[in-house]
Unconditional design. Structure first.
Length: 361
């Protein structure tokens, strides 16, 4: 029987190593969208997520080639690893939340949603939110590689092409996020949410261990002999979602940085304005008020299909989670924007009536 302790503490060591790399490796300093509570000045961030990610993956590959660690070590210890990551998330969340002043809400609500807006560590060198997203993405990638290695080692004569496709698409998803790290400083998570169990536990445990639930469920299974058309369809659905998610986020980022710039040389910004504030209502943001969320769900659905088991339940848990998460987030963001923009937001709702899916919802 495998000793559970190494697996339990493995994510603790991985996150510590990622933090050390984040502190030690070169980083660019950029201005974000969130502001300091006391001065109102824009926060600055040290960004090196792509480099941290690449170094961590390189170390995993080197360990596998050298024989220092079995290629599928994280698969063998996946259950203790998930338990260790979950425990770490609970403890770190408690430390972050209960050392901050209360905000007058129920204790459990504040533990989940947080009390601190943008905590910084190590003399402002580490933004907690950005580090958590980089750490979660990196451990998820290592899990995906280890789980796929287990499948390839278990079925050397006839591995499933779906496993390879799934890992390739998911790797694209993670690399894309880190390559456009600066863009995400302008998204809801970074400037609107506080740091509690939802974000801390989400990034330390849920993100790296649940997002790959599809591969977790089918890595032991043989090649499903799925038709090539299914893999092509999965890839096209994933790429369509990527265009919507990346395109809409980039358009908004471009608009917030330079309101008059024509996005990609094609999409002229049109706005609803009161002379002081403006709401973008063209391009992607003229299709639906959160068409980027539709893109996220489509990417998750493409990943579920890519495994080649379209009738298996487990791969669909990931897109179902996104539907539940993003539907609730859209409602919350809608309330926040209505309070911030007032009549402008009411006009935007009239011009763009669809919340997420054009002509459906």
């Amino acid at each position: 029987m495998t000793d559970p302790l190494p697996g339990f503490f493995a994510p603790w060591l991985l996150f510590a190593g990622i933090l050390a790399r984040h502190l030690a490796l070169p980083a660019r300093s950029v201005e974000g969208y969130a502001r300091q509570a006391n001065s109102g000045a824009r926060l600055r961030y040290r960004l090196n997520g792509a480099l941290v990610f690449a170094v961590a993956v390189g170390a995993w590959i080197a360990a596998g080639y050298s024989g220092a660690m079995p290629w599928d070590w994280l698969w063998r210890h996946r259950w203790p690893g998930a338990a260790g990551a979950g425990t770490l998330g609970l403890l770190v969340s408690a430390a972050v939340v209960f050392t901050a002043p209360g905000r007058g809400r129920h204790l459990l609500a504040e533990y989940f949603l947080g009390r601190r807006d943008n905590p910084r560590l190590f003399g402002e060198r580490v933004d907690a939110k950005m580090f958590l997203y980089v750490a979660g993405a990196t451990v998820l990638q290592l899990n995906l590689l280890s789980f796929a290695a287990h499948h390839l080692l278990s079925h050397p004569g006839d591995p499933s092409p779906g496993v390879v496709l799934y890992v390739a698409l998911f790797t694209w998803f993670l690399c894309d996020y880190l390559a456009f790290e600066r863009v995400h400083l302008y998204t809801y998570d970074l400037f609107a949410e506080r740091l509690g169990l939802k974000l801390v536990g989400g990034c330390l445990a849920w993100y790296p261990y649940f997002y790959g639930v599809g591969l977790w469920a089918v890595a032991d299974r043989p090649n499903p002999q799925a038709p090539a058309a299914l893999y092509v369809a999965a890839t096209l659905i994933f790429l369509a979602g990527w265009v919507l998610a990346r395109g809409s986020n980039m358009q908004k980022f471009t608009f917030k940085r330079d309101p008059g710039r024509v996005f990609l040389g094609l999409l002229t910004p049109r706005v609803i304005t009161d002379g002081t504030r403006s709401v973008l209502c063209s391009g992607f943001w003229g299709v639906a008020r959160h068409v980027n969320y539709l893109g996220e769900v489509l990417m998750a659905s493409g990943l579920a299909l890519a495994l080649g088991w379209p009738l298996a339940l487990a791969p669909w848990l990931y897109p179902l989670y996104y539907v539940l998460l993003l539907t609730a987030r859209e409602r919350d963001d809608d309330r926040r924007c209505a309070a911030r923009y007032g009549p402008l937001w009411a006009q935007y709702r009239e011009r763009v009536p669809w919340r997420i899916v054009p002509r459906v919802y």
